[in-house]
Design a protein around this ligand. Structure first.
Ligand code: MGD
Ligand code: MGD
Ligand code: SF4
Ligand code: MO
Length: 701
């Protein structure tokens, strides 16, 4: 392998926008410079600070460059790849022999490419024969995914490309701070307003995104479900439903209507804290134009009722005929780099590639055929992410972790850290020594985005290709290499190729005929077409077809929804409280989220000087009235205590937040770790934890 001397077009390693960028090798070829790639439609050259500085993590100053194995003395020491892979295979085999294959767990990530996610799911089921695999996407968009499935019969985050947003009449943005979490996408909202469209933002904080809104509603955290029901109530009461659309394209309206009618405006005002006139204003704005959209992100989704909450927003769209039509619809802004593709190809506990169900006999037969195994040998569904982490050290005694840092990012993190420490064996593949990798028995250093090729699927459902631009340092190997080496040691010599395109070719076949059908997508097509939207079946071989290839599907549901009868399903949902509500001991609400300069658990971005300068550490955001009441001083340490534990971070006093709520970003470990406090109460359908609401006490430390 050699360093190519010309520039390479690829995509950012971080969020789901998957901004296009050009990488040019610097003189000497050891690193690359990021350049604009104005031709790529999603970001048209714009990048946020994280994307611009991503090459800093390629430096061997901050990354792992050789495998580490824990010695008898308890220290992580450098080892050869042979020693490290032997040790992982031995650790996993020992556990499997002693306690059965389900005592071995696998935890993946939504940042992994499609090829890696596919190979990891196959590795769990074919090489380890364990049912115990899930991934961090469960913490991300699983509630929206579940609600999508329930209402539309298919889960693709956005049913339309971002370019449609500026041309709709009104957007309700629920619990998304995209000015900080996807900065180049803010352009779509400013263009919407320039075109005469209106923007409603729903967020307990007046964020940089909310500042752009024509109407900002700041509900009490955890009350979005009541809010959506209250708006639907008013829509019915004011006679603004679309009876023709409801009759022609949906089922179940009566139940949903009855549930909404039980949420009258004054009750909703009491629950959410939003005055009735503001609710009426929102309804008028949403219903006035010909077309409108509702977009949700983690605010309403990361709740113990996230699935029903998203369902209520979908009901609002269906009742007003704002779905399955041009420039209208409901969409979820997926988060991680491959948050969309990562949930389609089999690293989820209940799922096989192509978004197939592990419990469906036909799906098992198809995928087992591609894998060359007996369908009966495939395990059944396993535990969801939090339940898997919670079972570590008891039912699940060994874990292979690839692409997540749960010591920082899991809810109730002190307990989860404890569970991880109690494992018999932990292997972590990572690019840096994350807080979780530091606890491992074996750490496998892997290649990074600029050093490897693979596909990701962005929040629009657009399948993209990242191209290798640079040779990796000699001591690191790719995740695909790791799985190949481990499978061989577990006695599975074939079926785990190390070439990404070879894996993708198999993924195409495995996904063929499934809901997320990639069979018509090739690396060559992706590059020629700036990405291809799934579903994209392979029709070129169809004897009755024209011989032309399928164009891909930028816009879903225009003719029919993906349910059996082609109609969207209303689901009757009712408001309920968050799992924890304030009381005398814990009188305030804590909500958590992100800042623009750090990414997730911070494992990567906390290693970049420029980003640390912009966002050096955790903080507790609180309102001046609350600060005065408890005697908090701006910049001085505050102790935040929940039923799970205590965290300490400096106060940041601002009138942009509700006075009954405090906010902490979750990017840091240690004393200021927000997830020490969060509540692992799970949504019954999606198994999403309630990151966005718990009860706390706050006092000067
Ligand atoms: N800079 C940066 N960008 C990122 C990431 C990152 O870590 N850093 N991560 C990526 C990933 S994986 C994801 S999932 C996305 C997340 O993207 P977003 O969803 O935009 O990010 P969050 O900050 O988690 O939450 C958004 C907003 O929800 C609000 N909120 C809190 N509680 C509630 C509530 O009860 N109701 C409502 N309506 N709103 C509430 C918060 O105040 C916050 O402003 O960002 C992606 N982009
Ligand atoms: N309190 C609170 N907690 C939250 C959230 C919140 O809003 N509030 N949001 C949740 C959400 S939406 C998410 S998505 C999670 C994310 O939280 P995590 O799952 O911890 O995500 P990352 O920090 O991105 O961790 C990815 C790890 O994998 C490594 N890595 C990156 N690329 C690769 C690769 O290609 N291969 C391998 N082997 N490793 C790689 C990185 O270095 C890093 O250590 O956090 C959740 N936790
Ligand atoms: S917005 Fe997301 S994809 Fe774009 S540069 Fe920033 S982190 Fe990367
Ligand atoms: Mo996420």
């Amino acid at each position: 392998m050699h360093t190519s001397d010309s520039a390479t077009d690829t995509h950012c390693p971080y969020c789901a926008l998957q901004c296009g960028m050009r990488l040019r090798p610097e003189p000497g070829g050891a690193t690359v410079a990021v350049e604009e790639r104005a031709d790529f439609p999603v970001n048209r050259g714009a990048l946020c600070g994280k994307g611009r500085t991503a090459p800093a993590v390629l430096s061997s100053r901050v990354r792992l460059t050789e495998p580490l194995v824990r010695t008898h003395a308890g220290r992580l020491e450098p080892a050869t790849w042979e020693e490290a892979l032997d040790a992982v295979a031995a650790g996993l085999t020992r556990t499997s022999r002693a306690y059965g294959p389900d005592a071995v767990g696998v935890f993946g990530g939504g940042g992994l490419t499609n090829e890696k996610a596919y190979a990891l799911g196959k590795f769990a089921r074919v090489a380890l024969r364990t049912s115990q695999i899930d991934y961090n996407g469960r913490f991300c968009m699983s509630s929206a995914a579940a609600a999508h499935q329930r209402a539309f019969g298919l889960d693709r985050g956005l049913p339309f490309p971002l370019e449609d947003i500026p041309r709709t009449g009104c957007v309700i943005l629920v619990g998304s701070n995209l000015a900080e979490t996807m900065p180049p996408a803010l352009r779509y909202l400013t263009e919407l307003k320039a075109n005469g469209g209106t923007l409603i933002v729903i967020d307990p904080r007046r964020t940089r995104t909310a500042e752009q809104a024509d109407l900002h509603l700041a509900p009490r955290p955890g009350t979005d479900l009541a809010l959506a029901l209250g708006l639907l109530h008013l829509i019915v009461a004011e006679g603004r439903t679309d009876a023709e659309f409801i009759a022609a394209r949906t089922t179940g309206w009566e139940g949903a209507r009855a549930a909404a009618m039980a949420h009258w405006p004054e009750l909703v005002e009491r629950i959410t804290g939003i005055p009735v006139p503001r609710l009426r204003e929102a309804v008028a704005m949403f219903c006035a134009p010909e077309s409108a959209m509702v977009l949700t992100a983690r605010g309403p989704e990361q709740q113990s009722k996230g699935t029903d909450t998203v369902g209520a927003w979908i009901n609002l769209c269906l009742a007003t005929g704002r779905a399955g039509r041009p420039l209208s619809g409901y969409g979820c802004l997926t988060g991680q780099g491959n948050g969309q593709g990562g949930r389609e190809h089999g690293q989820k506990a209940d799922q096989l590639p192509g978004y197939r169900k592990l419990t469906d006999p036909a799906a098992r037969a198809h995928v087992a055929g591609v894998w060359g195994v007996d369908p009966d040998a495939l395990p059944g569904p396993g535990r969801s992410a939090y339940e898997l982490l919670d079972a570590l050290g008891t039912d699940v005694k060994a874990l292979l972790l690839m692409g997540s840092n749960p010591v920082v990012s899991a809810p109730g993190a002190a307990h989860i850290e404890d569970r991880i420490r109690s494992l018999d064996f932990l292997a972590v593949a990572d690019v840096v020594l994350s807080e979780t990798a530091a606890l491992a028995d074996v750490v496998l250093p892997v290649t990074q985005w600029a050093e490897e090729t693979g596909t990701t699927t962005n929040l629009e459902g657009r399948v993209l290709l990242r191209r290798r631009a640079l040779t990796a340092p000699p001591g690191v190997r790719s995740d695909l290499d790791v799985l190949h080496g481990l499978a061989a040691r577990l006695g599975v010599e074939k079926g785990f190729p190390t070439e990404p395109e070879e894996v993708f070719e198999e993924l195409r076949r495995a996904s063929a005929g499934g809901p997320a059908d990639y069979s018509g997508i090739t690396y060559a097509r992706i590059e020629a077409e700036q990405g291809v939207f799934w579903p994209c079946p392979d029709v070129a071989e169809d004897p009755e077809g024209s011989g032309a290839s399928h164009a891909g599907t930028p816009r879903l549901f225009l003719d029919r929804f993906a349910t059996e009868d082609g109609r969207a399903r209303f689901v009757p949902v009712s408001h309920r409280d968050a799992a924890e509500v304030p009381d005398a001991d814990y009188p305030l609400l804590l909500t958590t989220g992100r800042v623009v300069a750090q990414y997730q658990s911070g494992a990567q971005t906390r290693r970049v000087d420029e980003l640390n300068a912009a966002a050096p550490g955790p903080f507790v955001e609180l309102h001046p009235r609350l600060a005065a009441r408890i005697g908090a001083v701006d910049g001085s340490p505050l102790a935040v205590t929940s039923r799970r534990g205590r965290a300490v971070a400096p106060a940041r006093i601002t009138d942009t937040i509700r006075a009954d709520t405090v906010f902490m970003p979750f990017h840091w470990p240690g004393e200021g770790r927000a997830n020490t406090l969060t509540n692992p109460a799970l949504d019954p359908t999606s198994r999403m934890p309630e990151f966005k609401v718990c009860a706390v006490r706050v006092e000067p430390a």
